[in-house]
Design a protein around this ligand. Structure first.
Ligand code: SF4
Length: 679
């Protein structure tokens, strides 16, 4: 914290919007101002990844902090559930009601019937894990797992013993001569990596893009493979077969570093190229161009794989098949090679002790857990009477919304939501607690694209009833008789300082000096000794790799002409259900279903028609729109309705809540929908 004069103070901050950037900035504050205390944010110019700029989504954060819709008082329900009908209530009264209810349920039933549901929301470690002190002491149940990239992480972990194997600064390593962007819309969702890729392409690196959407980065590629969604593993199979037939694999690498690699050879021995090409949706020449580049730049090729690819029932295995291409070519552990996916595993040794201390997880408590993706069916079981939701907007982001919302509507379920704004989830709350903004709390943020640990040095919040997650649960703990327990006596600031002191001195120094610590620099090549954290230090290639999903693939490939594979990416100006208050001019996009022009013609429809989108999970009405970037047979609806406005149906009504099989994350891109004209 630096005093700047004129009442202004500089504090380091990190954008906590659960995004690739984890942008670190200098926040300028005027603590003496009555309300608008946070004045502006300046992204760090010398940060080697974010390079001094924010994304288009969120470069006006001060407007969000003091937005007129921000919640400033606790609210208590006045109308029926499923609408945001509340009246303000005094904070003390709100805590009284919640604590009475909690004690009554705890004494009448098992405390496991009290459920804490949370996800990464505000990605701070204290924000996420400190409430576990409360749930642990109570003996309650909490959600576990995730809804995002966990399937792919599980797949890569099976191969390498870790899902983080490459430093993303390899994008700019002089040895990188070919970059393959596989299913990642960098130009909209990861603009800092996009910036690095554009820079390296300008200096001569070749670029291949594999995607079911013709994204902006696809336009810049030397070769673009516009594939049907869900056919990634077929493409991987064809590539591996071709490399084997042409004897272009790295035999020495396979023998030395890959356990059971022969199973890969057996599995791809017989393929029907013509059939596969038509299933994938590309021509032979495009495929050959890809192969030639892979061969030409063997040992100089880097893959960047997006999360959308694994949002499938078989997501982990799909990522494995893509990774096998790099393994076969020996493109691992050398400068300019590898697989960029999630880098958060690199941070585990650094942050695990912090997490344990913050959550007090290893002390006297054992918390019962349920998978977050199954929240709807768990609540439907009748096993829970009280629900706390923080860091999470499940009525927007979880699959099978009909099931979930039915469960949330149960009048016997007492629900407390802690949030900044009214949203889809608060529609089911009995009491809403106004949250502090991330920049108003002290916290650590661990990046997952760039392996970094950075901080928010909390500034003052002008609204006296707003609380951080920890402050709320601490106060509730005091109210129900835990006031003398040491774990509830520490302030958030003390927890933050204790965490900082637990970090190695070089990490502390970097954080104090510039607000962040980076695990790698441009020259770091993780696993260059090719020893992986597996039982024999080799990559584990035990198959089968390709014998899966036949039933699912057939379902995807043999659809009726009005059936479409549904994809639900986030919009370029939103982060799923966030930032709706800032980017209102794009809100109409959530009311639309997008199809390729060929499909609109085939169905004899017109742009602007009202169409009925349905499947076994739900049915909603949308306005039809054409998208020139889609592959025929694909329907696109943007995920995460961003506000509480009526008439914007959430795409997750159509998504099955059956999780991905390896990491139990969401199979968001596995749904098939029927589209019919409304009459
Ligand atoms: S949303 Fe992402 S890219 Fe945008 S400012 Fe935040 S961290 Fe950076």
């Amino acid at each position: 914290m630096i005093e700047k004069g004129n009442h202004t103070i500089v504090r380091y901050g990190t954008c906590t919007k659960d995004c690739y950037g984890s942008c670190v900035f200098k926040g300028i504050w005027n603590d003496k101002a009555r309300e608008y205390k946070f004045l502006s944010a300046y992204p760090l110019k010398d940060h080697p990844f974010t390079n001094g700029f924010f994304c288009q989504k969120f470069n006006r954060r001060q407007e969000l902090i003091y937005h007129s819709d921000r919640l400033k008082n606790p609210l208590i329900r006045t109308g029926s559930k499923h609408i945001n009908s509340f009246k303000p209530i005094n904070l003390k009264k709100a805590i009284d009601i919640i604590s009475k209810k909690l004690i009554e349920i705890k004494e009448r039933r098992d405390p496991t019937s009290i459920l804490g549901a949370f996800y990464s929301g505000n990605s701070g470690l204290i924000s996420m894990y400190a409430p576990l002190r409360f749930f642990g002491k109570l003996g309650a149940t909490v959600t576990s797992g995730g809804i995002c990239n966990e399937g792919g992480c599980a797949g890569l972990k099976k191969l390498f013993g870790t899902y983080s194997t490459t430093n993303p600064f390899q994008l700019n390593n002089p040895s990188t001569q070919l970059i393959v962007i596989w299913g990642s819309n960098l130009s909209e969702n990861n603009i800092h990596a996009y910036f690095l890729v554009k820079k390296t392409v300008k200096s001569g690196t070749k670029l291949i893009v594999v995607d079911s959407r013709r994204t902006l980065i696809a336009e810049k590629a030397h070769t673009f493979l516009h594939i049907f969604p869900g056919t990634e593993y077929l493409l991987a199979k064809m590539i591996i077969n071709e490399l084997i037939v042409r004897k272009e694999y790295d035999e020495n690498f396979l023998h030395k570093h890959v356990d059971s690699f022969s199973s890969i050879f057996l599995e791809v021995a017989k393929i029907d190229k013509k059939k596969l090409l038509s299933q994938i949706g590309i021509n032979y020449q495009t495929f050959q161009d890809f192969i030639e580049l892979l061969i030409q730049f063997k040992h100089h090729t880097l893959f960047n794989i997006g999360y959308g690819v694994q949002k499938d029932f078989y997501g982990g295995r799909i990522i494995i098949t893509i990774a096998l291409i790099q393994i076969l070519l020996g493109n691992i552990g050398k400068p300019g090679t590898g697989l960029i996916y999630s880098q958060s595993d690199f941070l585990k040794p650094l942050i695990s002790p912090l997490q344990n201390y913050i959550a007090q997880g290893e002390s006297e408590f054992k918390i019962k857990e349920i998978p977050i993706i199954k929240l709807g069916s768990s609540l439907s079981s009748g096993n829970y009477e009280m629900l706390f939701i923080y860091n999470f907007n499940p009525a927007s982001s979880l699959p099978n919304q009909n099931l979930l919302r039915r469960a949330l509507s149960d009048k016997n379920l007492f629900t407390v939501v802690i949030d900044l704004f009214l949203n889809e989830t608060t529609k089911y709350a009995d009491i809403v607690i106004p949250a502090k903004f991330d920049l108003e709390t002290d916290d650590f943020i661990s990046g997952y694209y760039i392996p970094s640990l950075s901080v928010n040095i909390g500034g003052p919040c002008p609204y006296k009833d707003c609380m951080s997650n920890y402050e709320f649960f601490q106060r509730l703990a005091w109210k129900i008789g835990y006031e003398n327990l040491g774990i509830f006596q520490e302030s958030e600031k003390e927890i933050f300082n204790n965490c900082l002191n637990m970090l190695p001195s070089n990490v502390q120094e970097d954080i104090n000096l510039r607000g962040y610590y980076l695990l790698f620099d441009n020259n770091s090549v993780p696993f260059n000794n090719l020893e992986f954290p597996t039982p024999n230090n080799q990559i584990q290639a035990t198959g089968p790799h390709f014998e899966f999903g036949k039933k699912e693939l057939n379902r995807k490939l043999t659809r009726k002409k009005n059936e479409f594979l549904l994809i639900s990416p986030s919009h370029s100006h939103f982060l799923h259900s966030q930032l709706g208050q800032l980017n209102t001019k794009f809100i109409d996009e959530f009311n639309k279903v997008f199809l390729a022009s060929e499909d609109i013609k085939t169905l004899d429809l017109e742009i602007g028609d009202k169409v009925h989108v349905s499947n076994e999970y739900g049915a909603k009405m949308y306005t039809l729109e054409e998208s020139p970037i889609l592959k025929p047979g694909t329907a696109l609806i943007y995920s995460g309705i961003s506000s509480t406005s009526e008439g914007f149906p959430n795409v997750n009504y159509f998504i099955p809540d059956e999780p991905e099989e390896m990491g139990f994350s969401g199979a968001y891109n596995s749904a098939i929908v029927e589209i019919n004209k409304m009459h």
